[in-house]
Ligand binder design. Structure first.
Ligand code: C2E
Ligand code: SIN
Ligand code: SIN
Ligand code: SIN
Ligand code: FE
Ligand code: FE
Length: 411
């Protein structure tokens, strides 16, 4: 447990620590971890507000996590509730005031809000003390709800949250909300950039890029765990890769509508033009200002390379798109990168992108069903895809499916 002094230190650093995280999903994970550590709570959730609805977007639960094997992830379903007095989170969003409940099974019947017991029944968990805090920006708009569950004493018995916990977490939430609003803006800007590149092609959507980003970071994390990389480094890379993967096809912005939206199959010339979206995308990040630019360039350039060396664009100079010295092919193209010549993020996004592209309909093809897709991926091991990454992919399919449920195409 943190001492009072340690809590003040965490609070003092929190703004800076959170400002280093740019991706919304990764930020929510960090906010919840820190908030729970702060008041020694077993579980917690974050709801994000969109107009009159609260979307349950992220959750952690140590007790449920312990029932899983070590590095397995907790799978949860997402749902939405209206901003009104009937639920605890809805009440807090509507009133914009914190609510500290010592036992949600003993709420006075005169209160307008109720605890939804179904969540406990489904997960076989007992919620007891619940501290619910609005996440408010400078204008006092409620961006979301931070809900912290089951405070524990040293013996891990559930106890009520104290008034001091409430004060501390209010302060915590005011800092977290600033970071949250910034990350929401970053996500919105990325999605706008992607829409410029891809909404011209109505089948390539924000949902697609969010899924590809989600799959990519799950695969990356397992790859990094296999190598025992420090968690801090993993978290930093997840943050960068999440956004870089979303931009994998941003080079399509420079491809003509005639090709991008062609309703049928490409001929050879059209396909050659389309292939340039890799180099064109990487050129946007040539002026490498940050680790993010580096990663985004790596992903854009390499996401169509193949493990067997038969992908594109191969060993090219990003500025010109022409083969690098010594890598010319008989037809004037560049030799493909092979195996680990392909940078890791390129290998990861290749797999994530094909998995998602096959599962959705495009202007030029129908959606495949899951069995066909998995068979295709299996068969492409060592040909299109890095075998280690394919093994990781199959070991985390449950999580990938939960990401699929979370980012559903709107039409
Ligand atoms: P995309 O639709 O996002 O597809 C990404 C990658 O998923 C493809 O890269 C390919 O490796 C895989 N993929 C997608 N659909 C299929 C499929 O039906 N069969 C197989 N075997 N693999 C599939 P690729 O082929 O390099 O294409 C890059 C992008 O070029 C595609 O992105 C899409 O935007 C476009 N494209 C490719 N072929 C055609 C085509 O014949 N017609 C049109 N209109 N667009 C195409
Ligand atoms: C993520 O998007 O980073 C996690 C998704 C999930 O577990 O639902
Ligand atoms: C290819 O890379 O062979 C084109 C994608 C497809 O087969 O549909
Ligand atoms: C492709 O040809 O690019 C897709 C599938 C494969 O054969 O690995
Ligand atoms: Fe692509
Ligand atoms: Fe794509």
């Amino acid at each position: 447990m943190l001492s009072e002094n340690e809590k003040l230190e965490v609070l003092a650093r929190l703004g800076i620590d959170l400002s280093m995280i740019h991706d919304l999903d990764i930020l929510m994970q960090r906010i919840l971890t820190e908030a729970r550590r702060f008041v020694n709570a077993d579980a917690g959730s974050i709801y994000i507000r969109d107009k009159d609805m609260l979307h349950f977007t992220y959750t952690q639960n140590d007790t449920l996590q312990r029932r899983l094997s070590e590095r397995e992830k907790l799978i949860y379903s997402t749902f939405s509730i209206p901003v009104n007095e009937k639920s605890i989170a809805g009440y807090v969003a509507a009133s914009s005031q914190p609510l500290n409940l010592p036992d949600v099974y003993k709420i006075e019947p005169t209160k307008p809000y109720h605890f939804n017991k179904e969540i406990d029944e489904d997960s076989k968990y007992t919620t007891q003390s619940v501290l619910t805090i609005p996440l408010k920006n400078f204008n006092d708009d409620v961006l979301g709800i931070l809900q912290i569950i089951n405070s524990q004493d040293e013996a891990m018995r559930v106890i009520p949250f104290t008034e001091n916990d409430e004060k501390m977490l209010m302060h915590f939430a005011s800092i977290a909300a600033v970071a949250l609003e910034r990350a929401q803006m970053t996500r919105a800007i990325l999605l706008r950039m992607i829409r410029m590149a891809e909404l011209r092609d109505p089948k390539e959507t924000g949902a697609h890029v969010n899924r590809v980003g989600g799959y990519a970071v799950e695969i990356y994390e397992k790859w990094a765990n296999n190598r025992d990389l420090p968690q801090k480094e993993i978290d930093k890379n997840r943050d960068i890769l999440r956004m870089a993967a979303m931009l994998h096809d941003v080079g399509k912005i420079a491809i003509s509508d005639l090709i991008l939206k062609k309703p049928g199959r490409f001929n050879r010339r059209e396909y050659e033009i389309m292939k340039q979206h890799t180099v064109l995308g990487a050129q946007l990040f040539l002026d490498r200002q940050s680790d993010f630019d580096e990663a985004a360039a790596q992903v854009a350039l390499n996401h169509h390379e193949r493990w067997d060396g038969q992908g594109y664009p191969g060993h090219v100079d990003v500025r010109t798109g022409k083969f690098l010295h010594g890598f010319e092919r008989f037809d004037g193209g560049a030799q493909g990168k092979k195996g680990e010549e392909i940078p890791l993020y390129g290998r990861i996004v290749a797999l994530a992108d094909v998995y998602d592209a096959l599962s959705t309909a495009r202007a030029y093809k129908e959606a495949w069903d899951e069995t066909e897709i998995l068979a295709k991926i299996e068969e492409s091991t060592g040909r299109h895809f890095d075998p280690e990454l394919v093994a990781i992919f199959f070991s985390c399919l449950d999580i990938l499916h939960s990401i699929q449920r979370r980012y559903v195409d709107e039409d």
